[in-house]
Design a protein around this ligand. Structure first.
Ligand SMILES: *[C@@H]1O[C@H](CO)[C@@H](O)[C@H](O)[C@H]1NC(C)=O
Ligand SMILES: *[C@@H]1O[C@H](CO)[C@@H](O)[C@H](O)[C@H]1NC(C)=O
Ligand SMILES: [Zn+2]
Length: 990
């Protein structure tokens, strides 16, 4: 019988190769460590080698919360339990040393590891040491790429990779980055991965037109040059596009969640199908090989939350390998093996080919003509802002943990810590978290985690400030200042506010506090009076705060805070002063300070121009609010509705909220502002503070009305006289800026099928439009989607309210409400506008964006601070040069701190600042002595001098200028444009 001889051939084959798969679990070949590339199975040079990669994709929250997924709770929503996946996989790996598994999400692995017995932990270490269980990616989660900020991405990768290194040592260090699910890919992510030492990167999703072109030209594997500033190969990352998303080829899914036929290989039983399976598999392998370059291909054998009962997969994969390879005896040229992404990558590297070079990014992502995944750039705007603020709180918490010393963690206010918030932030970077593509109850869980983390940090911050100031007065936190709510300032006659500045440069910042008095005396840390003004609380703010506060007025003044430190201001009520003058009605002709002037159209109440008074440039600028009606899916072209992921307006025509704004204005010495009212659900304040180089647009949108049965995507649009010629610019994860062009992609001939949604790009921290003379930059306070559809204009999507699910799995329409806003969520945010000459615009927008991301933290104390309290403090000996951003300053262990210094300018972006800059680490801190320094890779899981990556040759290589840069001395480190350097400093306190 055919099958008898087949089995004989199998035995011969395996005997010959020295690979023993039977009997199972007997061979423990070596006890030496052979993880990494050495542990890969051998391949056959003259055959097509098919790398089977058993894997599971475990979302760190999506339809269920992260902990529900871990435990396998709420299986009525989705059957998924990660604890069982790890239990089951470990068990099955032990049964056959040939088997392989990769694990990706450290948030889950960490949860599981904590619960294992020492003997299971030992067994797992053995599996890792032998390369049978391999970590890939290894961050706390698989981050979203469109809506995350690089600071939080680096932190979450560091968190996961540190756990892996500390638990498993070098064998736990992933070689490959693995973003199989995120909905489009950011260039800055690739740059970050390269600097973290990864040898390669694999992903699953890209534009369908791009994919088909790449398949035809065998360009699904490429070299991504991910920075315009960093010297190659610093930001070069080999990138592979997986053949089938991250799923197995059709017909070969053997998980309990699938229903493909198992391999039925007993000829005595019914439905023997080995020949059929082998033939189908050979066809799948050969057709896949047609669209890749080498004689190696990869197949992802797994999918979402698979391997909960791993025996199903492994039993069938064992057989598949056996029966397909048996055909080699009959002349088959296909060799199947258990593998991992790094083993596959190693083969590609050894192939020694040249690879196409890519220098743009993979946004936007469309899976079909009318299905652009550009809605999630804005989805859940309140969660996106909360995540961004939480990042700023975390950086402050980290810094104060170092500066305040051990009493920060255990001091007069109890036990505090930074790790609760660090882990909550890491979870929030997941591609269904800050992206806004999760179910409502899961979004609530992410927010609750952040709030809980912030509670832990508040204790730490209070302890630290007590230690630094010498005053144990109770610190009060007002987290609702954006809606003018702060019980202390509303009722106190005398209070002080400390402004902590996490930046390494001094900061001038406007403070607005809800009060009920009509005049206050405000003094700075030296007791000198500070100009302050009292303005009535706006109607829009009263409506949005509802019954959470009762302030009639806002006290406004500007503060200056030293670098990496705080300054304390005192305010006391002045009795018997008349109430502040009421607003003047209508828009004024002009508001201005020493830098900027904005004019308004007296008829419409809208902005009409913006001038920079220093550079003497003026542009026409009108700004208004509009919406697109969302597609409901009832449409002749496609049944795709707009939803949490997908933006699909039902036409390109915008509806205008109102052609005119009712306006009132205040012009004071501290701030000039115009309050515009467009509709019951849209209002705005246009503000110019005395010392600000940016015009602030504080928008309030919601509840978005949907009683007409139409979902709405609300935008603001800036229409200018700038001659943009269809170009506009958006940042990548808050760092380097990419040029965009309407209806255009740099790497393929685009067939545009969605004139609005197909032109949307993620804006993480800024976007701009420019011509030869003028550049208008908009700095945002959270991630948003945006575009330039008309010449001279820039639009930003602010809020979305939708009535249909978009069929990408979340199963809910994006229709946010809350207890306080049962009729629909109201969202408030800020856009900061600067107008500069293009050659020097970065000098303003780079520091401005960092001030928004690393915003100061205000703490309050009631009454007078003790006379001997230290009212001002800086952790630095001197401010860092303007080009240098202090990205990370956090306690690593008892003796050392982690420091990241970043050059925050791109090369060629600024005449003043796009130059190398040197910092002396020993002269950095005012209260710490630096005793030793070691440099690390960007993710702090490898010493810099041990970091060796595969080198790859791009097609059309101009010989890279590999200048070797030397620091002036051990203590003096030089940063070049866009460089981030990571150091572990051994410190002692003075
Ligand atoms: C790779 O190819 C180049 C020429 O294309 C050759 O010089 C080099 O020796 C090859 N390297 C290996 C390891 O085969
Ligand atoms: C990695 O972890 C090991 C202990 O497992 C430790 O000795 C080593 O210093 C760590 N490496 C880095 C770069 O932190
Ligand atoms: Zn996912």
């Amino acid at each position: 019988m055919a099958s008898g001889s087949l089995q004989l051939a199998v035995a011969l084959l395996f005997g010959f190769c020295g690979v023993f798969s039977f009997p199972l679990g007997q061979q423990q070949k070596k006890d030496t460590t052979t993880c990494g590339y050495e542990s890969c199975h051998s391949t056959k040079a003259n055959m097509l080698n098919v790398h089977l990669v058993p894997h599971t994709h475990d979302d760190v929250g999506w339809l269920k919360t992260v902990d529900q997924y871990y435990y396998g709770d709420r299986n009525n929503i989705q059957h998924a339990g990660v604890q069982y996946i790890l239990d089951s996989v470990v068990d099955q790996l032990l049964k056959n040393p040939d088997r392989r598994f990769i694990y990706v999400e450290t948030a889950f692995f960490y949860r599981w590891w904590k619960q294992q017995s020492p003997s299971t932990q030992q067994t797992v270490k053995q599996l890792v040491n032998e390369g049978r269980l391999e970590f890939v990616n290894g961050g706390w989660c698989m981050s979203d790429e469109a809506t995350t900020h690089y600071s939080a991405v680096i932190d979450q990768m560091t968190e996961g990779l540190r756990f892996l290194n500390e638990t498993f040592g070098a064998c736990g260090r992933p070689r490959v980055a693995w973003h199989i699910d995120p909905f489009g890919h950011a260039r800055e992510h690739a740059s970050i991965f390269a600097q973290m030492g990864y040898d390669g990167f694999f992903f699953g999703r890209l534009d369908y037109q791009d994919r088909s072109r790449r398949m035809a030209q065998k360009e699904q594997e490429l070299l991504w040059r991910a920075s315009d500033s960093l010297t190659p190969p610093m930001a070069d990352l080999f990138t592979g596009i997986l053949p089938n998303g991250y799923n197995p080829p059709e017909g070969f899914c053997w998980d309990q969640l699938c229903s493909d036929a198992p391999i039925r290989d007993d000829p005595d039983l019914e439905d023997y199908n080995v020949d059929d399976v082998v033939q189908r598999f050979l066809r799948a392998a050969n057709s896949q090989a047609l669209v890749y370059k080498t004689n190696h291909i990869i197949m992802t054998m797994g999918s979402d939350f698979q391997y909960e009962n791993a025996i199903l997969w492994y039993k069938n994969l064992d057989k598949l390998i056996r029966y397909v390879n048996a055909q080699q005896a009959n002349g088959s040229r296909v060799n199947v093996l258990y593998s991992t992404p790094s083993c596959y990558l190693q083969e590609l590297h050894q192939a020694n080919l040249t690879w196409p070079l890519k220098e743009d990014d993979f946004f936007p992502y469309a899976d079909n003509a009318h299905n652009f995944w550009t809605g999630y750039f804005t989805s859940r705007p309140a969660l996106k802002r909360y995540e961004r603020i939480s990042n700023s709180h975390l950086q402050t918490c980290n810094q104060l943990e170092v500066l305040g010393g051990p009493t920060s963690r255990k001091g007069p206010f109890g036990k505090g810590d930074s790790q609760t918030l660090r882990k909550a932030m890491a979870v929030a970077q997941h591609h269904d978290a800050v992206s806004g593509t999760e179910k409502q109850h899961v979004a609530n869980d992410y927010a609750r985690r952040l709030a809980n983390g912030w509670q832990h940090c508040q204790v730490l911050v209070s302890n630290s400030l007590a230690s630094l100031s010498g005053s144990a007065a109770k610190r009060i936190y007002c987290d609702h200042l954006n809606i003018s709510v702060c019980p202390l300032t509303e009722s106190s006659r005398q209070f002080s506010v400390s402004v902590y500045n996490p930046l390494a440069q001094p900061l001038t910042w406007p403070v607005r506090l809800p009060v009920n008095g009509t005049a206050y005396r405000v003094t700075d840390a030296e007791g000198k009076p500070v100009d302050s003004q009292v303005l009535p609380v706006s109607r829009a703010t009263q409506e949005v705060r509802r019954n959470r506060g009762f302030a009639l007025n806002e006290l406004v003044f500007q503060v200056r805070a030293p670098p990496l430190g705080y300054s304390t201001y005192a305010a006391s009520l002045i009795q018997d002063r008349p109430p502040p003058p009421p607003p003047r009605h209508g828009a004024p002709i002009v508001i201005q300070n020493k830098y900027l002037q904005a004019t308004f159209d007296p008829d419409t109440g809208l902005l009409s121009s913006l001038s920079n008074l220093e550079t003497k440039q003026t542009i026409k600028l009108t700004q208004n609010f509009y919406w697109y009606n969302a597609s409901d899916g009832i449409n002749k072209d496609s049944h795709q509705p707009s939803g949490a992921y997908i933006f699909r307006p039902n036409s390109s025509t915008l509806s205008t909220v109102s052609r005119t704004a009712k306006a009132e204005n205040f012009q004071t010495s501290v701030v000039q502002e115009v309050r515009q009212w467009f509709a019951p659900w849209v209002s705005q304040v246009v503000r110019l503070y005395a010392d600000s180089k940016a015009l602030e647009l504080e928008w309030t949108v919601g509840p978005v009305p949907v009683s007409d049965g139409q979902g709405k995507e609300v935008i603001t649009r800036l229409d200018t006289s700038i001659k943009t010629a269809e170009f506009f610019y958006t940042d990548s994860n808050g760092r380097e800026v990419l040029q965009r062009k309407k209806d255009f992609r740099p790497t393929w001939q685009l067939k545009q099928t969605e004139p609005i949604a197909g032109n949307y790009y993620p804006i993480n921290s800024r976007a701009f439009i420019k011509d030869d003379k003028d550049q208008l930059t908009v700095v945002t306070d959270r991630s948003q989607g945006g575009s330039s559809i008309q010449n001279g204009s820039l639009e930003i999507m602010l809020h979305r309210r939708l009535l249909y699910d978009d069929y990408r799995g979340v199963g809910e329409p994006l229709d946010e409400a809350s207890e306080i806003f049962p009729e629909g969520l109201v969202v408030r945010g800020r856009l900061l506008l600067s107008l500069e000459r293009p050659a020097s615009a970065a000098d303003t927008h780079r520091p401005l964006a960092q001030e928004v991301v690393f915003q100061p933290l205000l703490t309050f104390t009631d009454g007078d601070l003790k006379p001997n309290a230290q009212l001002e403090f800086s952790g630095l000996q001197a401010a860092l040069p303007p080009a240098v951003h202090l990205l990370t300053f956090s306690q690593w262990d008892d003796e050392s701190v982690l420091l990241r210094l970043e050059h925050q300018f791109q090369s060629g972006e600024s005449q003043l600042y796009s130059l190398p800059v040197t910092v002396n680490l020993q002269k950095l801190f005012s209260t710490l002595d630096v005793l030793g320094v070691s440099e690390l890779n960007l993710s702090a899981n490898q010493w810099k001098d041990e970091m060796k990556r595969f080198d790859w040759t791009p097609q059309k290589e101009e010989t890279p200028t590999l200048k070797k840069f030397e620091d002036p001395s051990v203590w003096e480190v030089t940063l070049r444009p866009m460089e981030i350097r990571t150091f572990l400093l051994r410190v002692s306190r003075r």
